[in-house]
Ligand binder design. Structure first.
Ligand code: ADP
Ligand code: MG
Length: 705
């Protein structure tokens, strides 16, 4: 690419000037010729085919019909006046409607002449019409047909439109730029890749992405550009991964020793699932290899990740190292601490708990024992990564529900040792779609627990409208009478914390009314409570002293109370799919049949309705996360914002382009295998140059474990 030319300020393009350049910059981040060239259409308007009036319905996108205007009439008066044309072809009639420019339209178009109209069908009072269609005479249309077959449509904002920058304006500018492509665009992929993969050249792709010669060329252009986008990201990620494994040595846990074996043979209360065994083997292999492990542990809610984490820590202990487990909330850290204590029983393993509410005195003791090596496993929250926390020899770190932690926090853990970094396992709350994992965690090895412990009954999920809340309460009452417990959860979204708190308070009052003391006891936990208060309320519920826990989403992650078998989620429409699944995963942990009640208002958008249906139908976290990705797009999924990884691509879409992504990753990996430094094959120099261009200014998001 001729950098000099393409870096030209956009204001110098014919017809733009400083004022519109300012708008382009602020509204859509177009600063240079290159930015404009890479501002791709979001759709194409198909003028290659004609529809029959009899087949038109209101769900159709823009369509084209050939026919004649049979008559005009006007309806309404003053501002409400509109012109209606009855338009017919051999299959039927449809109405065309104009609210503006009535006089001109009437003069312009003649009755009983053949026209081609183009527009978006609409439904109004049960009739289908087309408002403000484009109308073309047949002769003109035939002339233009060749190059107008697929018209690009560009996104514009209100502000842009105010400055007369419409989709058509942008198309016009693209036409100007088009003439410079031939001379000023240079290939960005090595020739051998283009040959082997049968890609079209960058030039052809850029020409056809804006003005496709036909459908086939459009597809080829999209493919080429998507591949390139994904390929360079994978190349970047995989290169980092190979560099890291070459440069950084890991601790060798050479043996499985007494601690692990004692636990396995005499303390483990149940058989490990095959999936847990498989994952432990993968971890065992990593930590014995001499390379530093960076592993993502995926598994559905309740699949038993905690136990795998604990047993991995025991491997470290057996080899004279310490271990740390970090959780995103205090409640969860507490629970891990208690769980691990219970699992280990009277085994000679010293466990510590460090959170924001650990007292100064307790801290001092913990710090001393950490440095002397007396303390074997430290469980905690963010408090673990403070600088003052120093280990004697930290061998392994487990980060639970890792999407809650930002990159910087993970990187800080990495540096807990001088010299050799600890082995790292990150665990996710909810499965991540494969494509997302490949990008978001592309530099990690992935283990999957794809099996639940035996004997779990699938949770029955129902969707209730909130007008039927009392019925849901009745149901809960029966469950409580049978000795079970229930959660009632309210949304908590940062922006409206006050409002949510009000919802929670009102909800709590409602629950109290329906379940009055002293017959019932109700716990309440929310984000504005002090840690000690939360702890008391949680303990009441965990020990079974209270039958209902009213909470905000602070309980979303990890909490494990097997006796609770009903999860009632209020305002379920305000949660994403993954979050709903995660919440639902709080029940279904005991022997009893469990239930999840999704409560929403009656008025629901179609996406929300789909989410509720999906939840009712599926209890598979992997399925649900794929669906979530499709509905919300990758940019909105939890964890992607903090990741710093580019999730919004120009063309590629992680929800749809899984195959291209896989291919891009495979090819990137092959290239790196054969020429890791881009020095053997002269054509690969281009790869190095492109990587520098694409990523030099971005933050170092990859340097984490
Ligand atoms: P998650 O993967 O969601 O973190 P947990 O680790 O909290 O799941 O495990 C869920 C529950 O399943 C816990 O009560 C745990 O003790 C239990 N569990 C774990 N592994 C097994 C197993 N192999 N057999 C039976 N129960 C198990
Ligand atoms: Mg867990």
């Amino acid at each position: 690419m001729n950098e000099h030319f393409w870096n030209t300020d956009i204001k110098f393009l014919q017809g733009i000037g400083p004022k519109r350049a300012e708008i382009l910059k602020n509204e859509v981040n177009i600063l240079t010729f290159e930015d404009l060239l890479y501002y791709f259409p979001y759709k194409y308007i198909d003028k290659t085919k004609f529809h029959k009036i009899s087949e038109v319905h209101s769900e159709m996108p823009y369509i084209q019909i050939r026919g004649e205007i049979l008559r005009f009439r006007t309806e309404g008066e003053g501002k409400k006046e509109r012109l209606i044309a009855t338009f017919g072809d051999e299959t039927g009639i449809i109405e065309l409607v104009w609210f503006k420019g009535i006089k001109i339209i009437k003069q312009l178009y003649k009755i009983n002449e053949i026209y081609i109209i183009f527009g978006k069908p609409n439904e109004f009072n049960g009739n289908i019409n087309i408002p403000h269609p484009e109308v073309e005479e047949i002769s003109k249309n035939q002339e233009n047909k060749e190059n107008l077959s697929l018209q690009p449509a560009y996104n514009t904002t209100e502000k842009m439109k105010n400055f007369s920058i419409t989709s058509k304006t942008i198309a016009k500018w693209q036409l100007f730029l088009r003439q410079y492509i031939e001379k000023n665009i240079f290939e960005t992929l090595p020739e051998y890749l283009i040959q082997n993969l049968k890609l079209i050249s960058l030039k052809e792709a850029l020409l056809n992405i804006h003005f496709p010669a036909n459908f086939e060329m459009l597809q080829k252009s999209e493919y080429r550009l998507k591949f390139e986008e994904l390929f360079y990201i994978q190349l970047k990620i995989l290169r980092q991964k190979t560099h890291r494994s070459k440069q950084i040595r890991g601790f060798v846990f050479s043996k499985i020793g007494e601690i692990f074996n004692t636990f396995f043979h005499t303390h483990l209360p149940f058989e490990l699932t095959e999936a847990q065994k498989k994952v432990l083997k993968e971890i065992r292999k990593d930590v014995g290899s001499g390379k530093q492990m960076n592993r993502l542990l995926q598994g559905d809610v309740g699949s038993g990740k905690t136990l795998v984490a604990l047993m991995s820590c025991l491997m470290a202990l057996d080899n004279g190292f310490q271990a740390a487990i970090m959780a995103p909330t205090e409640i969860l850290a507490l629970q891990h601490f208690a769980t691990i204590q219970k699992f280990l029983g009277e085994m000679p393993v010293k466990i510590g708990l460090l959170t924001g509410s650990t007292t100064k005195k307790e801290r001092r003791i913990i710090f001393e024992e950490l440095e002397s090596g007396n303390l074997n496993i430290l469980v905690g929250t963010h408090a673990l990564i403070e600088e003052s926390v120093a280990f004697k020899n930290l061998g392994i770190v487990v980060i639970d529900e890792q999407h809650r932690f930002g990159v910087a926090q993970r990187a800080a853990l990495w540096k807990k040792n001088e010299g050799t970094p600890p082995h790292i396992i990150v665990m996710t709350a909810t499965p991540i779609p494969r494509t997302l994992a490949m990008t978001l965690y592309g530099d990690l090895d992935i283990s999957v627990i794809d099996q639940l412990p035996p004997g779990r009954k699938p949770i029955k999920t129902v969707h209730y409208f909130d007008i039927h809340r009392l019925r849901a309460f009745e149901f809960i009452r029966k469950q409580i009478e049978a000795g079970n417990q229930a959660y009632v959860v309210y949304p908590l979204i940062k922006e409206s914390e006050k409002l949510d708190y009000k919802n929670l308070e009102e909800g709590y009052e409602n629950v109290l009314k329906a379940f009055p003391p002293p017959k019932y006891s109700i716990s309440i936990v929310h984000g504005q409570m002090k840690a000690a208060g939360k702890d008391i309320e949680m303990q009441k519920f965990i020990s079974g002293k209270s039958q209902i826990l009213v909470a905000t989403t602070v309980i979303e992650v990890g909490v494990d109370v097997p006796n609770a078998n009903v999860m009632l989620i209020e305002s379920a429409e305000r949660f994403g799919l993954s979050q709903l699944h995660q919440l639902r995963g709080r029940v279904g942990r005991g022997a009893e049949q469990s239930f999840c009640i999704l409560m929403t208002s009656v008025k629901l958008g179609s996406d929300t309705r789909k989410r509720m249906e999906m939840m009712v139908q599926s209890s598979n976290g992997f399925e649900i996360s794929e669906m979530d990705l499709k509905l919300r797009g990758p940019g909105d999924l939890e964890g992607t914002q903090q990741s710093g990884m580019p999730m919004q691509f120009k063309l590629a879409n992680l929800a749809k382009d899984g195959q291209i992504l896989q291919q891009a990753r495979d090819i990137a990996s092959q290239v790196l295998d054969s020429d890791p430094d881009f020095s053997k094959n002269s054509e690969n120099f281009l790869l190095k140059k492109q990587l520098e261009k694409l990523f030099s200014h971005k933050t170092e998001w990859g340097k984490i474990g």
